[in-house]
Design a protein around this ligand. Sequence first.
Ligand code: SAM
Length: 244
Amino acid sequence: THFGFQSVPLGEKQGRVNEVFHSVAGRYDLMNDLMSAGLHRLWKNNLVAMLRPPRNRPFRHLDVAGGTGDVAFRILDAGGPQTHVTVLDINGEMLKVGQERAGHAYEGRIDFVEANAESLPLETAAFDAYTIAFGIRNVPRIDAALREAYRVLKPGGRFLCLEFSKVDVPGLDRIYDAYSFNVIPRLGRMVTGDAESYQYLVESIRRFPPPAAFARMIEQAGFKRVTYRPLTAGVVAIHSGWKI
Ligand code: SAM
């Protein structure tokens, strides 16, 4: 059933999300490249460019829903020797792929934590910055995740979220719909043998709040100077906020 996920109650949502990423972990990176025609790399580079990790002083970073490490590696490459990234994800298989990809390249500068974004097993006011890329959409209680983000940041800390958004160019929105509802589940079936997981992905993008509403949710968690920047005609947006 195409809309099988639509009515999933909050308590069951995480179980479905976990199935999705369990099923695709091994081919996750390949699928990202195929589905976005490589654009996800550019979007992640934009995220890290906005963060601008310092090169010459300590910087403790937390990347939530960090999956296979894509954002973490970019931050470590852009930062300096005192940049440290904690990659947190609810799914151990995604983290395992990330650990394998990291190899020994970032020894002492990266660690991996299996945990839920809604209740972080991390100290209060411990991090200089927090990122979440294509992750918050999957979290059942977004407000809880935002509150936790606020809690673990130091005063002066930065929150950045990269997420699918609303295409805001007339005409393009219909092409984008056609692409996501027809091409993506088929691609998913071809590459991972699992069309349903990618059907879920497309639906979760449709259900996510529009960028202005999401900005208000970030403010409700306590963040100040909340802004957002649409990229690629609004296919994705980067939201930013500060703990002051
Ligand atoms: N940030 C990575 C990237 O951009 O390539 C991975 C994004 S992937 C689309 C979404 C990730 O969110 C998956 O690895 C999944 O396990 C994780 N996830 C889903 N629900 C979560 C939760 N409640 N807490 C932490 N991670 C979660």
